[in-house]
Design a protein around this ligand. Sequence first.
Ligand code: ARG
Length: 492
Amino acid sequence: MTSEEPGDSSVVRRDRFSGGPARGFLSSLAADERIFAADLAVDRAHVVMLAERGIVEDEVAGEILAALDDVEAAGHAALPGGEDIHEAVESAVIERVGTEGGKMHTARSRNDEVAACIRYRLREDVLDAAEATLALREALIGAAEEHVGTVMPGYTHLQPAQPTTVAHYLLSYEAAVRRDTARLLDAYGRINQSPLGAAAFAGTPFDVNRERTAELLGFDGVLGNSMDASSARDFLAETLSALATHAVTLSGLAEDLVLFANRGHVELSDDYSSTSSIMPQKKNPDTLELVRACAGDAVGDLAGLLTTLKGLPRAYNRDLQRAHRHAFDAADLVAEATEVAAGAVATATWNEEALAEAAGEGFSTATGVADLLAMAGMPFRTAHEIVAEAAPDVDLGDDPASAVATLDAAAERVVGEPVSAFVTRDAVESALDPGESVESRDSAGGPAAPAVADQLDDAETTADADAAALAARRDAIVEADDRLTAEVQRYV
Ligand code: ARG
């Protein structure tokens, strides 16, 4: 949304500055629909606090709070016009209550109000995004459990590099998504702080209780400096940065799956594929291509946000009205892309046969042979030279004996002796085998089954802990909401 026509009926502006050709340009009312519920909650908490402090009479507070219920029931679309949601809601309250309704805006400004609304709304969006990352982690863990023994080629520079397993591969993404979850939950702690009571930026002469409004809204604390409270938007930047980082993680996973599907290594479910409108034989990985593309949106939003914030002087500038949309847009898109990726992973079928066949392509066990020679005491550099000398002539599809003969010949050329002078023939043959090669790489974090079992344990334990942390935050929000509702009931 860029602009719309706010009505002329602003009680707040009384015709001053309410017209002019830029009226629509100035207004955020349509985009503010996203913070409609947040604005009502912030108004309620503020009015309850004003009444508790004796700043507004209980009876007036009751009338304002009743009017807010009515405004909520009527919905965003029924709001009178205004420059933004804050003005429109205040006008709607004054329409219902009369001029006493104007007491609602005592001891605050739209500056601390909008900052509170954004934080109040964004925290839920961040929890939704974090929950989507948990769903993706579950899908990755579930598929990994099924494929601890499924050998596949691992790639560097898009070339077969070393054999690994599907479980090890999937858990590599689980580890990255786990950090994405952590970054989102970490950002949550800094989002969930109350700016209320900062007013425009310089505080207020009224005896407000900032801790009380924070508590009623479920904020974890109060921002200490009132100028910072009304102007800070770095919480948007770090949230969006976490979202964009996660979108980049998703784009890598999507790209891999597109490539693997193309090679016949994985079969994507029809639910996550598309077809061509002209070529009847096609099954295209469109859904994952769109997941891959979401990084463009999220990174673009991050660039848009940071560019908007860059160089803004203290304290409030209207530029800020265009800042938070970037975070909201990215939160929606990235959460959806994450859920789609989770579904695609959970429903994909890994083609064990094709993967086993591809696992040895490009002499992928070359490093294992060099490791074997080095373990027998040969300097790794010499071993590397011997295997590199043999590499162009080794085809793991051939009889293992012919590969051993090729290695022997190469060793003769490099060190004047065959490899069988250093290691047994059996040991070489097993180092050449992709499955045995995987089993030999049992260092912590490696692809061998026992090492992957440890990684699976760790992934599950951390997912449970993160799910509990997320649920605790959701509970705290619900509790605060109930508390606020109960306090409001005392007045209406
Ligand atoms: N709609 C405005 C925003 O989103 C509210 C704050 C207006 N404050 C002001 N001083 N003009 O930032």
